[in-house]
Design a protein around this ligand. Sequence first.
Ligand code: GLY
Length: 344
Amino acid sequence: MRYEETLRNPERNPMKRRVLLQAGVAATSVATTAMRSANAQDGNPEVGAIADSFSRPVFIATWNFGQAACERSREVLLGGGSLKDAVERGIHVAELDASNHSVGYGGFPNAQGVVQLDACFMDGLRQQAGSVAALEGFPNPISVARRVMETTPHVMLVGDDAVAFAKKQGFQPQDLLTEEARLGWERWKTAQQQGESATTDSHDTISLLGLNADGHIVGGCSTSGLAFKLPGRVGDSPIIGSGLYVDGEVGAAGATGVGENIMRYCGCFLIVEFMRQGMSPTEACAAAIRRIAAGEQRPASELSVNFVALNKAGQVGAAGTDKGFRCAVVDGRQSLVARPQLLQ
Ligand code: GLY
């Protein structure tokens, strides 16, 4: 199958995301509202039913694994760290989890067996942003992206020059290819040579958004991208407005899924603009997916595009096209995994 075909038809995509984490992650403390709306299928509440049950500070992230990340963010913030520290260090949890094959250390490599990471960081205060793409050898690209934002007049650094920047900033390079990821790549190569498709255990990108008690909003997005991608391929995740967007006056959105289907529509920018027009976070995520599906002239179920969002008031939301997509929401009292609105 040609590479382009795999992207245009996720159902035939040997690299498509297969969500292995089973729903039903125990919430440490779940509000009554959330319990009432629990879904019999997996025990997780619908995000629409709990959208108003959180108070600032609040964090929302993509996927079940985002719960541990958001809990770390809360811990950092309540421990006296800044919101930027909280978002960055929450994302570290996913980046340093070797069992997560789509983010940071242990991420699946590109077609040549090299782990190339993408990340961006955005602060709603005057839309400050930093980003790195195709970064090799650093397990925490989110921190390098933040450093781009804070120490340079630029927004995005890529490839070898991003590596040189990271080294100059004092980040320690290391080998990111774990044995498990290498074996996955070997299996993929063998399957390719035999003309077969091979599924991967990839969960996808972490996008994490945070809003503090003062109404300050910060977000980050980090990924190893599409498993076994064409070397040099960059998806939506490090692109401001595509994989992440934060507007200090309105809210923020973050994405996960097939980057090619998100970045051609500036998905997260679109969601923030929909919220500016008055839509709730979930309505805005769903409207963006409908826009993408209309543009693609194919059913949403084929797209693998998923979003989380929050607005300045602290209302959270999410919608996606992948049946296994979940989001995690954490505030001062609650920590739970929720089911986004599903569009097919
Ligand atoms: N959403 C991650 C990627 O497509 O690279």
